[in-house]
Design a protein around this ligand. Structure first.
Ligand code: AVJ
Length: 326
């Protein structure tokens, strides 16, 4: 049974929250839509395709980190007996499965708690784990990170290992990443662990291509946000009148993605009851993907009450999985 924390207790629906966020974001002087809304059914499927793209090195790099270091990582996790393995933003958990296989082989005493905003993804993951690792205890949770963390608070006394993989931390603004990690830390006890996957600073050309692939899958992924607004909120976006634009700022280490209006236009969105004006070439900011140096990640972790235990790299040092201790 999957625990669904995405249903609101206060009577308001997720659609209403989506409409509110869209109305707010499109009313700003600099239009902005939250990247967490990328992941409807189609969006999750497109992200799967992105992870298989030749240009999108992140997933392959982290995969390599895990295959090369699985025994070392898992023995650190299991060194003090039973623990909950909490996978924030688990998705298809393809990389986590490397660790899960290893932990099962080691006969480690743990249960697995994947958390994701996509209900479809959590259903599929639960099903696949039932056949692949039938002896492992799995409790999938559907919901946003913070709600899942609140839910976790209920078994505070048990040891926890939190996974926050795939450079998901990169989507947060600096200030939000601090708030997020401090919040994670507040749900942990001394000795609990956090394994965080971070995309490292590197050749800007390599980074840029990863977010502007030749096959145009990332463009589809970005534009799917408008398609979702059309379907779920009665929006009237004409997708052909927008394009994907991605740019990397090497000073800040931030990849930013936008949807750009190709002409002056007005777009009505039924559930917000409003029409939004776009100038020709006006942009909607849709995503940030922060790249870090190891020093920056260490400083961020320390600031939030974590200390680095070990850093694992892929051979090209494109990516790092940082093991923190609370
Ligand atoms: C899932 C947030 C890690 O920022 O690299 C991929 C999402 N966006 N291509 C990233 C994404 C465009 C991805 N994260």
């Amino acid at each position: 049974p999957i625990i669904d924390l995405s249903r609101k207790q206060d009577g308001t629906s997720d659609t209403a929250a989506f409409a509110k966020d869209v109305a707010h974001g499109l009313s700003l002087n600099r239009k902005d839509l939250p990247s967490r809304y990328f992941y409807d059914g189609r969006g999750s499927q497109l992200f799967q395709e992105i992870m298989n793209l030749p240009e999108y090195y992140l997933t392959r790099a982290e995969h390599e980190v895990f295959t090369s270091n699985k025994a070392a990582i898992c023995s650190k996790f299991a060194e003090e007996g039973f623990f909950h393995l909490i996978d924030l933003g688990a998705g298809d958990a393809l990389k986590t499965k490397i660790l899960l296989q290893q932990l099962s082989q080691q006969k480690a005493d743990f249960d697995y708690v994947p958390v994701d905003i996509s209900g479809d993804a959590m259903q599929q993951l639960s099903d696949s784990l039932r056949t692949e690792l039938p002896d492992m205890t799995v409790q999938a949770v559907v919901g946003e990170y913070f709600k899942a963390l609140e839910w976790l608070q209920e078994n505070k006394s048990e040891r926890k290992v939190v996974l926050f993989l795939g450079s998901n931390i990169g989507n947060f603004e600096k200030k939000d990443s601090i708030e997020f990690l401090q919040s994670v830390r507040s749900y942990l006890s001394p000795g609990d662990k956090l394994l965080m996957g971070v995309d490292l600073r590197k050749n800007p050309d390599v980074i840029l291509k990863a977010y502007d692939d030749a096959a145009g899958i990332t463009a589809e992924f970005n534009l799917n946000l408008l398609r979702r607004i059309n379907r779920e909120l009665g929006g009237e976006f004409i997708l052909e009148q927008f394009r994907h634009y991605a740019i990397y700022n090497p000073l800040e280490g931030v990849m930013r993605s936008f949807l750009i209006s190709l002409q002056e236009q007005d777009v009505y969105i039924r559930d917000t009851g409003k029409t939004y004006h776009f100038d020709a070439w006006e942009a909607i900011h849709t995503e940030n993907s922060h790249k870090y140096s190891v020093d920056e990640i260490e400083e961020l972790g320390n600031h939030c009450g974590f200390t680095i235990e070990k850093v694992y790299y892929d051979t090209e040092k494109h990516f790092a999985d940082v093991l923190f201790s609370a």
